[in-house]
Write a protein that binds this ligand. Structure first.
Ligand SMILES: Cc1cc2nc3c(=O)[nH]c(=O)nc-3n(C[C@H](O)[C@H](O)[C@H](O)COP(=O)(O)O)c2cc1C
Length: 301
């Protein structure tokens, strides 16, 4: 929901009521909001969302003003229990989940009853369990997932370089539009100070990381991209326009990709051949392809 709508609860209520009225009963309506200037005002707004038909509400735990005045201000995790106690619908917490340890830390501190039963096996402890009536149902991740698409994976000790290289291999395999691949890689090599150091490609820091970012900004095509990150790439195996905007989704290599779990499309862009759905965590953390930490990195001056 646009932050401007926080000042227009009547409009929001109308929108939610209309959605609830028009959508099939088994279609959930959720709403994502920012915090208002006080926790109590935020609670009131959430109650209004619930009363108007929302089935769940996600809260970015910052006010719009906080973002404008101080970009790095931490999200108000401490307010989540009070916000959750305002409504009966599930509340989704959002803001500053940059790594699995952040997520685990959050569940330790604010998770409750049902969280302890999650297959993830988070140990929320007796104190948090006692507050089970006022606990969030889930967390929502934005920047953390852009910086590290494997943030949801439960595999331990996955080297970030492998995640980056497996992302590139996956992009190559599914003929992802190059500009999209480049945009994503720019996020993965961000110099944002909130990014955990373990997510610095090749362990680069400071000026070296900024140089890598600049190289990513300037890389013109998939071949250069693969060279930069030390991924094997045989350009002759791809048609001239592979990875171009007008070629995306219309061509995929003829190689038998079923064993690696990648989706298959007919080479002529016709009917889709049965697609097995790959496990994103596997694709990005190694999976069938295994790690690639030994590959060279082209990060020279
Ligand atoms: C690239 C980008 C696009 C976003 N687009 C939207 C949007 O369309 N609607 C929205 O409510 N929030 C949007 N957000 C805000 C995020 O959903 C999220 O609330 C915010 O980034 C805080 O979460 P984080 O700490 O996990 O990044 C966007 C954030 C990013 C980084």
């Amino acid at each position: 929901m646009g932050a401007e709508l926080l000042d227009k609860p009547d409009v929001v209520s109308d929108i939610l009521k209309s959605l609830r009225r028009e959508l099939p009963a088994d279609t959930a309506v959720s709403c994502k909001i920012r915090m208002l200037p006080t926790v109590e005002q935020t609670c009131d707004f959430m109650r209004m969302c619930e009363k108007s038909g929302a089935n769940a509400v996600a809260v970015h735990l910052r006010t719009p003003q906080e973002d404008r005045r101080n970009k790095g201000a931490p999200a108000h995790w401490d307010d989540i229990a009070q916000l959750c106690s305002a409504v009966k619908i599930p509340v989704i917490a959002n803001g500053d989940f940059f790594s699995r340890s952040h997520i685990e830390d959050f569940w330790q501190r604010y998770g409750a009853g049902h969280c302890a039963e999650e297959p993830d096996g988070f140990d929320v402890g007796p104190e948090a369990a006692a507050t089970s009536a006022a606990a969030p149902a889930a967390v929502m991740i934005a920047r953390g997932a852009l910086w590290n698409p494997a943030v949801f994976s439960q595999q331990e000790n996955v080297h970030f370089d492998d995640v980056v290289r497996n992302y590139i291999r996956t992009a190559e395999r599914v003929n992802n539009v190059f500009f999209n691949t480049k945009w994503t890689l720019r996020e993965m090599v961000t110099t944002d100070e909130n990014k955990p150091a373990s997510l610095n490609f090749a362990g680069l820091q400071g000026a070296a990381l900024r140089r890598l970012k600049s190289k990513v900004d300037n890389m013109p095509n998939m071949s250069e991209c693969c060279k930069l990150f030390g991924v094997d790439h045989d350009a002759s195996a791809y048609p001239d326009k592979a990875f171009a905007v007008d070629y995306g989704y219309r061509w995929l290599p003829n190689a038998d990709l079923t064993s690696s779990g990648a989706p298959l499309l007919a080479a002529d862009g016709g009917a889709a051949v049965e697609a097995s759905s790959p496990d994103p965590a596997e694709l990005l953390c190694g999976g069938a392809e295994g790690g690639c930490g030994e590959m060279p990195v082209a990060l020279g001056e």
